[in-house]
Design a protein around this ligand. Structure first.
Ligand code: FES
Ligand SMILES: [Fe+2]
Length: 417
């Protein structure tokens, strides 16, 4: 565990000090041309994305703290890859991922009626409810009812089909390629190193919001990837914000990030000020020293969060308590269900509240995010309908929308590659 009570500056800032770029540098690298919307509109592009992105790249599907004990499992439906994934901590403590598919006749080993399900394997086995085949939590087929009636059954070859599974900072990723083209560490590269070391695993108190949106998944991803919309769409939930500032743009392989400052925060609502004061002086208060090296280097008080965007569908917001009383970080993830349907998940992660004041501050953040995310998600189906109307062929992107430009370029590159 990291000691959150100290104020020792994070080490290693010099190693990453070159990564933050100016607007001019970003314009020079990514250009300023409009970006075509055909990749959002065309169902054929979605089929390519399934094949060349979602079945080949590392995807965050769970966290260590969701399945902390031996036998704990999570089932995650991955419609985008036509499979259901069982992520389970074996009796050796190792987290593995398997296709949740019984090798007898293909039934789901662990039934799952929703997008994700949690459970615990008793005696470190999971048993298919159809005919009772039993699998160890590390994969092998352990027993088959009436085995002699099969004549010949090569049980050694009939274990659960394993999926590549690796962990970064407590986030569990899978890769459906067999074998993956690169390790998770190589995939994340310097991006993973830059954002390592943050006390993610201590924020075990999670609050999840989700909904299914009738829009292409990139419409949802893009809407959460820029701050240009804050003064307009969030005028209700964030009164007083005159806008946001994106600074210190970082492009690292297919991943990108920038620092978000809130402008006009002094006009925050009295409830927000009250919530901030509740936690201002304890370990949930602003802790810029917890941030990765080089983030908010001058200690600006209007720092909101750092916005790491992990290719292809995972956003982390590192708030470090600054401007978000009680919060450690929050995430967004965008799961395609179909070309025009998307499961969006927003999760607030807090360190467990130690007293009523911290609890109140956390509930304030949850309510604030709920309201803001309702405003965000309310745009997405309209945007998608507008794009499908065929009236515009391009998106006009300003500097604060650079994450969209960067993501679109990377999607194109993956589909072409
Ligand atoms: S399909 Fe699983 S035991 Fe028959
Ligand atoms: Fe927003």
């Amino acid at each position: 565990m990291n000691d959150l009570s100290g104020t020792t500056p994070r080490k290693g800032s010099e190693a990453f000090s070159h990564l933050g770029r100016s607007v001019e540098a970003i314009r020079a690298e990514l250009g300023i041309e409009p970006v075509p919307v055909e990749a959002i509109r065309d169902p054929a592009v979605y089929e390519l994305e399934r094949e060349k992105i979602f079945r080949r790249t590392w995807l965050k599907v769970a966290t260590d703290w969701e399945i902390p004990e031996k036998g704990d499992y999570k089932v995650k439906e991955l419609q985008v890859a036509d499979t259901s994934v069982l992520i389970v901590r074996g009796k050796d403590g190792v987290v593995r991922a398997f296709h949740n598919v019984c090798t007898h006749r293909g039934n789901k080993v662990v039934p799952n009626s929703d997008f994700e399900t949690f459970g615990k394997a008793r005696a470190n086995v999971v048993s298919c409810r159809f005919h009772g085949w039993v699998f160890s939590t590390d994969g092998p087929l352990r027993s088959v009812p009436m085995e002699e009636a099969f004549g010949k059954l090569d049980k050694a070859c009939l274990g659960l089909r394993e999926i590549a599974c690796e962990t970064w900072e407590g986030f569990i990723f899978i890769n459906l390629a067999d074998p993956p083209e690169q390790s998770l560490a190589d995939f994340l590269g310097d991006f993973g190193k830059l954002f390592a070391g943050y006390p993610y695993a201590e924020a075990t108190s999670a609050f999840r919001y989700s909904t299914v949106l009738e829009c292409n998944w990139k419409v949802a991803l893009y809407a959460f990837s820029e701050g240009y919309h804050v003064p307009t769409i969030h005028a209700g939930s964030l009164p007083g914000f005159s806008g946001v500032e994106h600074s210190d743009f970082k492009l690292i392989g297919p991943h990108a990030s920038s620092t978000i400052y809130g402008l006009g925060m002094e006009a925050a609502s009295s409830t927000a000020v009250f919530a901030s004061r509740l936690v201002a002086n304890d370990h949930h208060g602003p802790r810029p020293d917890l941030l990765p090296p080089g983030i908010n280097p001058t200690g600006r008080q209007d720092f909101q969060f750092e916005l790491p965007n992990i290719f292809p569908n995972f956003l982390i917001h590192l708030a470090a308590g600054c401007g978000y009383p009680g919060i450690a970080f929050f995430t967004h993830q965008f799961w395609p269900l179909d070309h025009g349907r998307t499961l969006w998940e927003g999760i607030n992660y807090f360190r467990p509240a130690r007293n009523a004041a911290e609890r109140v501050a956390q509930m304030h953040t949850n309510a604030l995010h709920r309201n803001a995310w309702l405003e965000d998600t309310a745009t997405m189906e309209d945007t998608y309908q507008g794009i499908r109307a065929g009236v515009i062929d391009e998106m006009q992107l300003m500097d604060q929308e650079f994450l969209i430009r960067h993501a679109a370029r990377n999607f194109d590159a993956h589909l072409a590659g």
